[in-house]
Design a protein around this ligand. Structure first.
Ligand code: OSB
Ligand code: MG
Length: 376
């Protein structure tokens, strides 16, 4: 696969409703889309799409849409036209020298996998190394912090009616026991979990211990992202499994977490860990150790969603992830058809080569606020 051109799009898309977490509130999504143009000796010209999932602000991680734009346009993309990559490993080796910035690099690796899947005429899930038996993936939905408990109950009721297989609610100190109690009273024994986005410390462990009697599937990222040790101490005090998100930025951190006992479940986001290959490495490690994983989300457009669907076909993804339907966040997605969740809470895994969804150029253009391209 020889790269002949690269395009970078900075998109700004309105959300159907504001999304609030312990670190902030957004009413629009900013992300980058990477489009590779490549030539294959047999297949001829192909394109490949990837998504840089960084947020506009550094609330979730230090990366932002702006830092990714900088790193990609200064150091990575100008060097691509004219280069040949047979495998994702060759791409990783060539850009290993770029320290950090996993979301920026992941966007390019996703685009390469898409291009390779089109060139070889195989479905994207196969490029990810997925399980051919997984024709549909069960999914859950992430619910932001709501202004009132009534809003929370109404929102959760809507997602349950649409079939979602588990509900995750965002929590923050002072907003955890009450919402969980209210949901248990109203909906009984539904598959329920919480995500704190690193908002607690061991000093407020009692608040988290107070959640322990509610039968939650897991508590996601309660403590600071660099605090695997305190996560291990906390996990020893809880029956509820701790799930790590922000803490696992590479396979090394996953190994440390396993040895320390910092959690019993890992949320894998290909952006956060540097791309599909790193996601796969963490998946394989967890599988060898019997640690269940699930695919997290970053409010992706359809491009990122298609990649997440493909990733989720790996056999260790045994818990429903955060890959909701396109309409969870967007009135209009950049892909056609949109990602749809069936009444049984599952998404069909596309079987045609590439993303399995058409990226609609006019829609990409409509939401693009900045654009740059490079060619050989
Ligand atoms: O912590 O999982 C998270 C969204 C943006 C940043 C971080 C997180 C999230 C979500 C929503 O929980 C996931 C999604 O619906 O895409
Ligand atoms: Mg999370």
């Amino acid at each position: 696969l020889t790269i002949t051109g690269v395009q970078l799009f900075w998109l700004r898309m309105p959300l159907v409703a504001p999304f609030e977490t312990s670190y902030g509130r957004v009413d629009r999504r900013e992300c980058l889309l990477v489009r590779l143009e490549a030539r294959h000796p047999e297949a001829g010209p192909v394109e490949g799409w990837g998504e840089v999932v960084a947020d506009a602000d550094p609330g979730y991680s230090y990366e932002t849409t702006g830092t990714a734009w900088h790193v990609l346009s200064e150091f990575v993309l100008p060097a691509l036209p004219g280069r040949t990559f047979e495998t994702p490993g060759q791409w990783r080796a060539a850009f290993e020298w770029v320290r950090g910035h996993p979301m920026a690099k992941a966007g390019v690796e996703m685009a390469l996998l898409d291009a390779r899947s089109r060139a070889r005429g195989v479905p994207l899930w196969q490029e990810y190394g997925g399980d051919p038996g997984r024709r549909r993936i069960p999914v859950g939905v992430s619910v932001g912090i709501q202004p009132t408990l009534d809003d929370l109950l109404a929102t959760v009721e809507r997602w349950l009616e649409r079939g979602y297989r588990r509900i995750k609610i965002k929590i923050k100190p002072g907003y955890e026991v009450e919402p969980v109690r209210a949901l248990r009273e109203r909906f009984g024994d539904i598959p329920l979990m919480v995500d704190a986005n690193a908002a607690y410390t061991l000093a407020d462990a009692e608040r988290l211990e107070a959640l322990d009697g509610y039968g939650l599937m897991m508590i996601e990222q309660p403590l600071h992202e660099d605090d695997l040790l305190d996560h291990a101490l906390l996990q020893r005090r809880l029956r509820t499994p701790v799930c790590l998100d922000e803490s696992v930025r590479h396979v090394h951190a996953a190994r440390e977490a396993l040895v320390l006992g910092s959690g019993r479940i890992i949320n894998i986001k290909q952006g956060r860990v540097g791309g599909p290959t790193d996601a796969r490495m963490i998946h394989d490690l967890c599988r060898r150790h019997g640690i269940p994983v699930w695919c997290g989300g970053m409010l992706e457009t359809g491009v990122g969603r298609a990649h997440n669907i493909a990733l989720t076909t790996l056999p260790g993804f045994t818990l429903p992830g955060d890959t909701s339907g396109s309409n969870r966040y967007y009135h209009e997605d950049v892909i056609d058809p949109p990602v749809r969740v069936g009444p049984d809470g599952t998404i069909e895994v596309p079987q045609e080569p590439g993303l399995g969804f058409r990226v609609v150029p006019e829609r990409v253009e409509r939401y693009t606020v900045r654009h740059r391209s490079w060619r050989a």
